[in-house]
Design a protein around this ligand. Structure first.
Ligand code: NAP
Length: 264
């Protein structure tokens, strides 16, 4: 069974499944982060070479079920998984933690994508806390009328906004620390992806308490017809069911073989 990873949920699922009887798990990472947090058990790192590469890899390794537990914004790999496994008979589930919901006092501006975030952020303040991770920062490179505090695990690559400070840090973050950052850097507006989960949501509480607007970039859609679960527990149930289905199929194949042998 293959877990497409790069998230805490993927690591938790690998932790649960590794060592369980009847489960042979391999986790896959893209290899973006220099020092990734590795899941337990077998791990492979690097792209597959598109949907076709993934299809071949899955066939070559005899993979029988796939959990796409990648980040909600990792749209390409999720789409590739759907294409690769279509008509293969190999079950695929997407594990997607729920989106964040605004609470009383939040001043959210929801936007569809990065480009819309760039357009709207210039109307909301001069000093921006950009917490969208490393990828996508270049979209703000032309914003020379604003100052950016850019936080990411590894340094962003490519063109960057000219007025900036880069803060390398990995969550989880606490509300007190996030509130301190907002004050220390005199932040007017926060930009975030709707990543969901509790690792990085402290910035939302800090912005709410400070009355600061937050530009929230909406998630890209999952492929049509995707089977989706929201929690690690649900993904684990799904895997066990998939395993049951595989056992049943093996049994049927076995029965057919012995029937054929008898007939001979
Ligand atoms: P992406 O845009 O969906 O994927 C781009 C390419 O990276 C894919 O086509 C695939 O290459 C490779 N790839 C992505 N995830 C992979 C995986 N788990 N195993 C093997 N190859 C993978 O993905 P992304 O947004 O760059 O994210 C890359 C990884 O970082 C994901 O695993 C994701 O879970 C994690 N992550 C992403 C974000 C985010 O904001 N995007 C945040 C936190 C963690 P091939 O076509 O060559 O197979």
């Amino acid at each position: 069974m293959l877990i497409l990873g790069g998230t805490r949920e993927a690591r938790e699922l690998a932790h649960i499944a590794t060592g369980e009887r009847g489960f042979e798990i391999v986790s896959s990472l893209a290899g973006r982060v220099r020092a990734p947090l590795l899941p337990e058990g077998a791990v492979r790192i690097g792209g597959f070479g598109g949907a076709e590469g993934l299809r071949d890899w899955v066939a070559d390794k005899g993979i029988e079920a796939v959990v796409d537990a990648t980040h909600p914004f990792a749209a390409a790999i999720s789409a590739n998984a759907a294409v690769a496994l279509r008509d293969s008979g190999i079950p695929l589930v997407h594990l997607r933690r729920p989106s964040w919901s605004p609470q009383t006092g939040d001043r959210w501006v929801r936007v569809r994508d990065l480009a819309a975030a760039v357009r709207v952020v210039s109307t909301l303040g001069e000093r921006v806390f950009l917490t969208i991770g490393r990828q996508g920062v270049s979209a703000f490179a032309g914003q020379d009328g604003q100052w950016f505090l850019i936080r990411a695990i590894d340094p962003p690559e490519g063109p960057l906004p000219p007025n900036r400070e880069i803060l390398l840090a990995r969550g989880p973050f606490a509300v007190e620390g996030e509130s301190r950052l907002l004050v220390e850097y005199r932040i007017d507006v926060v930009v975030t992806k709707d990543s969901g989960g509790d690792q990085t949501h402290a910035k939302l509480a800090a912005a709410r308490a400070a009355g600061i607007p937050v530009v929230v970039i909406e998630r890209p859609p999952l492929p049509d017809g995707a089977v989706i679960v929201e929690t690690v527990a649900q993904a684990w149930d799904w895997l066990r069911e998939a395993r049951g289905g595989i056992r049943l199929a093996e049994h049927r194949v076995g029965a057919t073989r012995s029937t054929v042998e008898k007939l001979r």
